[in-house]
Design a protein around this ligand. Structure first.
Ligand SMILES: Cc1cc2nc3c(=O)[nH]c(=O)nc-3n(C[C@H](O)[C@H](O)[C@H](O)COP(=O)(O)OP(=O)(O)OC[C@H]3O[C@@H](n4cnc5c(N)ncnc54)[C@H](O)[C@@H]3O)c2cc1C
Length: 566
């Protein structure tokens, strides 16, 4: 049996940060569905926030201002001590990344360049042109190779095994062997990213179906604030490839079909750089009221920025537009529409990344600390991955050093786990009649986009819950059509979809329950924020296969909830 002290699930920025910050005397491994540099973090474009105060327009910036912007952006649902911790750690963490070799863009004096981003009082987003995630993940991957971190690539974890409330390890599907293998670990760190592919229109990669979070949920860990889904204002119309917020940070305008910069009607001060929830709703409202183009999109106009600035600061955006839309943004406005982008909710953890289960930790997009509350600010997610990834690695190391040999019977529990999984796969294969998995995926995406999208109400959400439950019934008849178990995308999809179903239920039930509007959660039937009833986190528990809801207090330090104005 493979054995490690710490097993990090996920090789994105959070996972690699956790592995690099684990105690080197311990045996740490990273397991991932994909090769590290194909983890979704590679797609991050615009930048990472830290109050370095390098931009001449941001000399008065500070970690406190960063924390305030983050908490206000969160519509006051973030836990304030967690946001303060992240913003305090931002400056040393970004400098550490620089020292590790991340090639940030520079101002003429040589310091790290910073650009304005939405909802930020100062230009504090550090960047590497519009390829920030790519350079960060390459740097951390190089460091992982240098330090001989053991990597298991193309392994999908299919079960978290616990015994007597403690971590034993995982069962994973090894793509190349077509087998299910037990991996013993005294601590596990979930760094499994988000679940954007539950939606039809999303900027997320095809790998983001949420199986990782679903595994934790299945094992009894509660999920927090799942109803808060971020819709990014600017994805390329039709393709939904992200057009980074940096395009607006560099001065891009949003225009409707009358040529008006319509953000003046919604956020007269911040304009295009209001937080994402506000800009996405404004765009959708313009489209819904007939002021879009072809009833589908508005324009993001960069033409006034000039060729040189676009080539220097937004080269990848230009390439995306040329390749995928056949237009050059130097000359032509970009057609854009909102699309699912980020998951604020996730595995409930404390500031030390510990869950309620001994030996299980979580960091990055899959976790909910909560630093983003009801709406994440651009540039704060990359920051969260590196700050909390580091904390998770350290917390898991401390735990392992004090936990002894782990629960008795752990290896037997793991072997039993493998047998369980084998039986399930055989069940799908033995069935002669049933529903192939591809029938489900599209059904889910259409449903979530139509009924649990930017605007929701009781009727749409009730219907969404009912239809998710119907799909769950039908999933009981899922059939495996192929027989080869090596590199089987069908096996991957069937496992992942089971988890997508549970997450969809947690999202829609949470959204139906929360009768207010806060951040990204806009209820047309309850259009105001209601702190008296709803200034609390939603917790979702899976009990006997059913999703049940509870709540948890929001931690407030010094920032009194106020109405958000931009
Ligand atoms: C297009 C795009 C651009 C973005 N730009 C920015 C930006 O400029 N600034 C910013 O702050 N944020 C940005 N974000 C958000 C940010 O990039 C992500 O939130 C962040 O990178 C997530 O990192 P992560 O390490 O948590 O997860 P990921 O990088 O998504 O990694 C998840 C890992 O988990 C693995 N995994 C998942 N399930 C399993 C399983 N069952 N078994 C084994 N492995 C599993 C995957 O293989 C992967 O390695 C952007 C997001 C998108 C989609």
């Amino acid at each position: 049996m493979i054995r490690h002290d710490i097993l990090v699930i996920g090789s994105g920025l959070a996972g690699l940060s956790a592995a690099l910050n684990a105690d080197p005397k311990l045996s740490t491994a990273v397991i991932s569905k994909v090769h590290p540099i194909r983890s979704h973090s590679v797609a991050a474009q615009g930048g990472v926030n830290a109050a370095l105060a390098n931009n001449p327009a941001g000399r008065d910036d500070s970690p406190e201002r960063h924390a305030y912007d983050t908490i206000k952006g969160s519509d006051f649902l973030a836990d304030q001590d967690a946001a303060e911790l992240m913003c305090r750690e931002a400056v040393p963490t970004v400098l550490e990344l620089e020292h590790l070799g991340v090639p940030f863009s520079r101002f003429p004096g040589g310091v790290i360049a910073q650009r304005p981003f939405g909802g930020a009082g100062f230009p504090r987003t550090c960047y590497a042109a519009d390829r920030t995630g790519q350079v960060m993940i390459h740097t951390l991957f190089e460091q992982a190779l240098k330090r001989n971190v053991k990597l298991y690539n193309e392994f999908m974890v299919t079960k978290l095994v616990l015994r007597r409330g403690r971590c034993c390890g995982v069962v994973a599907y090894a793509y190349d062997r077509g087998e299910f293998v037990p991996i013993r670990a005294r601590a596990v760190v979930f760094a499994v990213g988000g679940y954007g592919r539950l939606y039809l229109r999303t900027t997320n990669a095809y790998t983001t179906l949420g199986s990782g979070i679903g595994l934790a949920f299945q094992a009894g860990l509660p999920l927090k604030d799942m109803e808060f889904i971020q819709f990014h204002p600017t994805s390329l119309y039709g393709k939904n490839i992200l057009i980074t917020e940096a395009a607006r940070g560099e001065g891009g305008y949003l225009l409707n079909n009358r040529g008006k910069r319509f953000m003046s009607d919604y956020a007269p001060k911040a304009m295009e750089l209001a937080p994402r929830d506000i800009v996405a709703r404004s765009i959708q409202t313009e489209i819904d009221r007939g002021r879009g183009f072809e009833d589908q999109y508005v324009h993001l106009d960069l033409t006034h920025l000039g060729r040189e600035k676009i080539m220097k600061r937004l080269p990848a955006i230009r390439e995306i537009c040329i390749k995928f839309a056949g237009l050059d943004p130097v000359e032509t406005p970009i057609p854009i529409q909102p699309a699912q982008h980020y998951s604020m909710g996730g595995i409930d953890v404390g500031n030390d990344c510990a869950t309620g289960v001994a030996g299980v930790f979580a960091a990055g997009e899959c976790s909910c600390v909560s630093v983003h509350g009801a709406n994440r600010l651009g540039g704060n997610s990359l920051l969260e991955t590196v700050v909390f990834g580091k904390i998770a690695g350290r917390s898991a190391s401390l735990y392992v050093k004090g936990c002894g040999a782990g629960p008795a019977g752990a290896e037997k529990a793991l072997r039993d786990g493998v047998r369980d999984i084998e039986k399930r796969v055989e069940g799908w294969e033995k069935r002669t009649e049933g529903i192939p998995i591809h029938h489900f995926l599209q059904r889910m995406k259409v449903l979530m986009t139509a009924k649990a999208g930017i605007f929701r109400d009781r009727g749409s959400l009730r219907e969404a819950v009912d239809r998710v439950l119907e799909m769950r019934e039908d999933y009981g008849r899922v059939i495996r059509t192929g027989r080869n178990r090596r590199y089987s995308q069908e096996i991957v999809n069937i496992f992942e979809f089971e988890h997508s179903l549970k997450l969809a239920e947690a999202i829609t039930r949470g959204a139906l329950h929360r009768e207010e509007t806060r951040g990204s959660h806009f209820r047309t039937d309850f259009p105001k924020r209601n702190d008296r009833r709803w200034l609390k986190h939603t917790l979702a528990f899976l009990r006997n296969g059913k999703v049940e809801l509870g709540s948890k207090k929001v931690r407030i330090t010094k920032y009194k909830p106020e109405e958000r104005k931009y």
